[in-house]
Design a protein around this ligand. Structure first.
Ligand code: SF4
Length: 343
């Protein structure tokens, strides 16, 4: 059979006769088209389908304009994975955005100004930390490894203790002979008498003895040279480790965050989100504070916290940061409202 013969049009009767479903449907469609073009009424389908019951005598029906919403097309470019897929499978392709998302480095708005003000307020260097802080405790005439041991012991004593007490205890220990060998020979009771009344003195006796033994056994009588090793020593936390690294080895590996640095950083708004513990404050500060300020920050803020930005009732009215410190501003607003007479 030739192709033209195969597609020859047939009449409805011919189609019905031949039983060709295809031809029958085509004939029905042609008939429907003819009825519509004449404005005639179409009859419901045999299957009960919808009928277009348009009354030819009625008013002309308005054609409802079909709203066509143009959808915007987002172009997504794809690139093969670095290791490549020889077959170019779509599974291995990763969408690549055509614009890069810039991650901006966060930093507090006016921190430089705030830090400069603190430096100006600390210019006299007359806070307890300046004359009795841990950096002042080691015996200047002692050999380097002994000085480092002194720095470590003074920091262990300083936890939960005022600088005055730590300094006095360190003087008594140095007079007694503060070396690894001599402390191992000293009884716990004698050591307790020497360091009393520093905070948690009984626990500190144990920590000092155990730490000193480890220094003797594992570090040849010197202190460890990394923060990771330092924090493994009994009674030594990150705050002490970072400061000991700075004072003992002259290496600044992190910011030493004690209770003053923690409190003041939160008050000044130096943290993206308020923090609850000093270790979180250290991590948050190190994210944005340039490294050249890491070492000075501890003594600056400790002294500032001892003299001006006190834990309770900070002296905000006399602080150079009072206009640019969130905590100070709220404090001053609060005290103003308290004083103003009720109308
Ligand atoms: S204004 Fe008050 S809270 Fe703020 S830094 Fe100064 S003393 Fe501290």
């Amino acid at each position: 059979m030739s192709t033209s013969a195969y597609f020859r049009p047939v009449t409805r009767s011919q189609a019905v006769q031949s039983g060709s479903k295809f031809a029958d449907l085509k004939a029905r469609a042609q008939a429907l088209q003819t009825t519509r073009s004449r404005g005639g009424k179409s009859t419901p389908t045999a299957q009960g389908g919808p009928s277009s019951s348009v009354d030819p005598t009625g008013p002309p029906q308005k054609k409802t304009a079909q709203k066509r919403v143009k959808r915007e097309h987002t172009k997504i470019e794809y690139e093969a994975e670095a290791d490549g897929d020889a077959k170019g499978s779509s599974r291995s392709a990763k969408p690549r955005t055509t614009h890069s998302i810039k991650k901006e480095r966060w930093e507090p708005e006016r921190w430089r100004e705030q830090l400069e003000n603190i430096k100006r307020m600390r210019a006299a260097r007359d806070a307890p930390v300046d004359s009795m802080g841990c950096q002042t405790c080691p015996d200047k005439d002692a050999p380097p490894e002994v000085k480092r041991y002194h720095a470590l012991i003074s920091l262990m004593l300083s936890s939960q203790t005022k600088d005055q007490m730590t300094s006095a205890a360190m003087k008594r220990l140095i007079d007694h002979g503060l070396t690894v060998d001599n402390i191992l020979k000293t009884s716990d009771q004698k050591l307790g008498e020497l360091i009393y009344p520093v905070g948690f003195w009984k626990t500190k006796v144990k920590y000092i003895k155990n730490t000193t033994q480890i220094l003797k056994d594992q570090y040849g009588g010197d202190i460890p040279a990394t923060v990771a090793e330092m924090v493994k020593l009994p009674g030594v936390g990150p705050k002490m480790a970072y400061l000991t690294m700075d004072v003992g080895w002259g290496k600044v590996e992190g910011i030493c965050v004690d209770t003053h640095v923690h409190r003041i950083s939160n008050r000044l708004g130096w943290l993206k989100k308020p923090t609850k513990v000093p270790e979180d404050t250290r991590v948050a500060l190190e994210e944005w504070l340039p490294r050249e300020h890491w070492s000075e920050l501890n003594w600056l803020l400790v002294g500032f916290g001892q003299q001006t930005c006190l834990p309770v009732s900070p002296k905000c009215s006399g602080c150079l940061n009072k206009e640019i410190c969130p905590f100070g501003k709220s404090q001053l607003r609060y005290s103003k409202n308290k004083k103003s007479p009720k109308k």
